[in-house]
Design a protein around this ligand. Structure first.
Ligand code: OFO
Length: 173
């Protein structure tokens, strides 16, 4: 059974994950409008992953006797000056999310909620991967600079990213 404080903190994090999805969707359509179909595809996959992160949290709240609530989602930024600036934004955003997850872990620990602490380990590990992948793509795009040929090659490469559901997660149970 979740404490009210834990329930609330998980709901807030679900809202932040949904914001992440919205932000990456915004980047996806920005790239689509600027002719970078591969970057748009990479961001679309990223937005899908964040939606799964949202639902995984909401499912956990519901399964633990809590109440999953939909909070208002802030409108994200709509455009960026360059692919480099957008991928820098991803890099910064993922590091901010890592801090949020660690704060959530601290709440679970202060509530002596071992089950939620265990559940959150998936998010702790996921953020290690998210930071690594945002670092890789930022380096890739920075290396391309403003050279159109190199940017096109990076666009094609990032466009190959595929989507995978986390093990055990069911989108449509
Ligand atoms: Fe949910 O991992 Fe990115 O933000």
């Amino acid at each position: 059974m979740l404490s009210e404080r834990m329930n609330e903190a998980l709901n807030v994090q679900a809202n932040r994950e949904l914001y992440s999805s919205y932000l990456y969707l915004s980047m996806s359509y920005y790239f689509r409008s600027t002719g970078f179909g591969g970057f748009a595809g990479w961001m679309r996959v990223q937005a899908g992953e964040e939606l799964v992160h949202t639902m995984k949290l909401l499912d956990y709240i519901a399964a633990s006797g809590g109440r999953a609530k939909m909070l208002a989602v802030e409108a994200p930024q709509q455009s960026w000056e360059s692919p480099q600036q957008a991928f820098q934004h991803v890099w910064d955003h993922e590091r901010a999310v890592t801090r949020m997850i660690h704060e959530l872990v601290a709440v679970a620990e202060s509530e002596s909620d071992a089950a939620t602490r265990g559940f959150l380990q998936w998010y702790v590990d996921e953020q290690v991967e998210e930071e690594e992948s945002s670092d890789d793509v930022l380096k890739r795009v920075l290396a391309a600079g403003s050279d159109p040929g190199a940017l096109k090659a990076a666009d094609e490469e990032l466009g190959k990213r595929g989507f995978r559901f986390p093990r055990g997660f069911q989108m449509f149970p």
